[in-house]
Design a protein around this ligand. Structure first.
Ligand SMILES: [Cu+2]
Length: 125
């Protein structure tokens, strides 16, 4: 096969991977977090990823994310937040809460220590 044909194949594969990823993310669509007694609380199940993988919260109000890890994979035993100074160990089948108050709008990313799993807190006004 020629180099051009190979490059064409690679491009095709890249497009398919991108589509699969986009569809996968869309499928695990974000959830708007309800407020209870002034706290925006969301439950996040950890199993091959974070479900939901994105939560929407309002700026300036306390947020509590309750993580429950439903798998033994060591990949997800730690969750680390970017942009807010939080991290937590997630023992299997226990719920661990991470709390913070977002001070600015934008995206706070969290994930496992190797960065293979990713979730987002989208902070809006
Ligand atoms: Cu990982």
């Amino acid at each position: 096969m020629s180099i051009a044909a190979w490059l064409g194949n690679l491009a095709g594969v890249a497009v398919v991977l991108w589509l699969v990823r986009e569809l996968w993310l869309a499928h695990r669509e974000g959830a708007t977090v309800p407020q209870v007694a002034g706290v925006q609380a969301a439950r996040i199940t950890v199993q091959g990823g974070y479900g939901p993988a994105a939560v929407f919260v309002a700026k300036g109000k306390p947020v509590r994310l309750d993580f429950t890890r439903r798998e033994a994979s060591p990949c997800s035993e730690l969750v680390i937040f970017d942009g807010v100074d939080r991290r937590a160990e997630l023992p299997e089948n226990e719920t661990v809460s991470v709390e913070f108050t977002p001070r600015r709008t934008g995206r706070i990313t969290f994930g496992c220590h190797r960065g293979t799993l990713r979730g987002h807190v989208i902070v809006v006004d």
